[in-house]
Design a binder for this molecule. Structure first.
Ligand SMILES: Nc1ncnc2c1ncn2[C@@H]1O[C@H](COP(=O)(O)OP(=O)(O)OP(=O)(O)O)[C@@H](O)[C@H]1O
Ligand SMILES: [Mg+2]
Length: 322
């Protein structure tokens, strides 16, 4: 699938299963392949529980894998020795889904942001740490004097800025942004997206940007990967995905976003999904989306479609798309 050398992260047939009960397996990520080029943003979307967080965390080696491979700059993420692993945690960071739960309420902001600087011995002395933390706080648009305060004194948007400052502290090149805006008001969401975009330009960052609705993802992503029940349904450029979505699941997700322009709104294909997402412990036979897809036919219930090229840089896993 990958024909370029500017690839930072490459994922091949990745599987992450969780054991549930005595015998059953929950297939959170089930045979997923994609790549992220240096400097780009890959958006990852899909409904709650489809495996986005698990995929991001497994790519960073936070979780062991069940199968497949993740390589970062050509190196196996799950096969790194201790020293290489330490350097990798400098290069690759994560901004967590929930800014309320991911920041320690007992620590001052300056200590939260300084943690990585200390762990990776990136500063010369205490004065240097203080200077770096102040610089990071102002980079993310917070008053450097806020360092002596505690998390509960900040709003959701400010907390997410603290989370971003913490991730930036070790000067990473790749950041998994796990729904960094979902817990925020719409007006604040745009501010955080703009901040991430500015930082990406200034620091040449590469992002994996996880979200469960498609509207904000369009503004930040170069390409978008759509996941459903642990599988990739479609990957293509952000523009192509919004203008010519191929997979019925992508079309259904897009149908859920209101379009401000009434002409576009009138011409849009609307797809309604029936029913609930099935359990990843016991997913449907054939295509995972078949029981909710308005176009499903016999083949969809029997054969699992593979992710196939359907156009330039456009891949979909659907029997109707080939
Ligand atoms: N540590 C775990 N142990 C067992 N099951 C897990 C674990 N983490 C996630 N899962 C399950 O794996 C599936 C995928 O979860 P994941 O958190 O990756 O989804 P998600 O796409 O990030 O959802 P959301 O949009 O709600 O954050 C879910 O069914 C979830 O219950
Ligand atoms: Mg998640």
């Amino acid at each position: 699938m990958v024909d370029n050398t500017d690839c930072l992260l490459e994922v091949q047939g990745l599987k992450k299963y969780f054991k549930v009960g005595k015998k059953k397996m929950l297939r959170a990520v089930d045979d997923v392949s994609f790549y992220i080029r240096k400097g780009e943003t890959l958006g990852v979307v899909g409904e709650s529980g489809c495996g986005k967080t698990t995929c991001g965390r497994t790519c960073l080696g936070i979780y062991d894998k069940t199968g497949g491979q993740v390589t970062y700059r050509g190196e196996d993420v799950h096969g790194m020795d201790k020293e290489r692993r330490r350097r990798f945690t400098e290069q690759a960071q994560i901004i967590f889904q929930d800014p309320y739960a991911s920041l320690d309420p007992k620590m001052k902001i300056q200590e939260i942001v300084a943690e990585g600087i200390r762990a990776h011995k990136m500063a010369e002395d205490e004065a240097d740490i203080k200077k770096r933390v102040e610089g990071l706080l102002s980079t993310v648009g917070l008053d450097p004097a806020y360092g002596s305060r505690y998390v509960h004194e900040f709003s959701g948007g400010q907390r997410q800025r603290i989370g971003i400052a913490r991730a930036l502290a070790v000067e990473p090149e790749f950041i998994v942004c796990d729904e960094p805006i979902s817990a925020l008001d719409v007006s604040i969401q745009a501010q955080i997206v703009n901040l991430l975009k500015r930082l990406q330009k200034e620091k040449e960052l590469t992002y994996m940007f996880i979200a469960h609705d498609l509207s904000m993802v369009k503004h930040i992503s170069d390409r978008v990967m759509v996941m459903y029940l642990g599988k990739v349904m479609e990957i293509t450029t952000a523009d192509q995905l919004y203008d010519h979505p191929a997979h019925p699941y992508t079309q259904a997700l897009l149908s859920a976003i209101p379009i401000p322009d009434p002409r576009v709104e009138a011409g849009k294909v609307r797809i309604r999904m029936e029913g609930e997402i099935p359990s990843p412990v016991d997913p449907p036979e054939g295509c995972r989306f078949q029981n909710r897809c308005p176009y499903a036919e016999k083949k969809c219930r029997e054969e699992t479609p593979v992710l196939e090229k359907i156009g330039e840089g456009h891949f979909a896993a659907c029997h109707r798309c080939g």
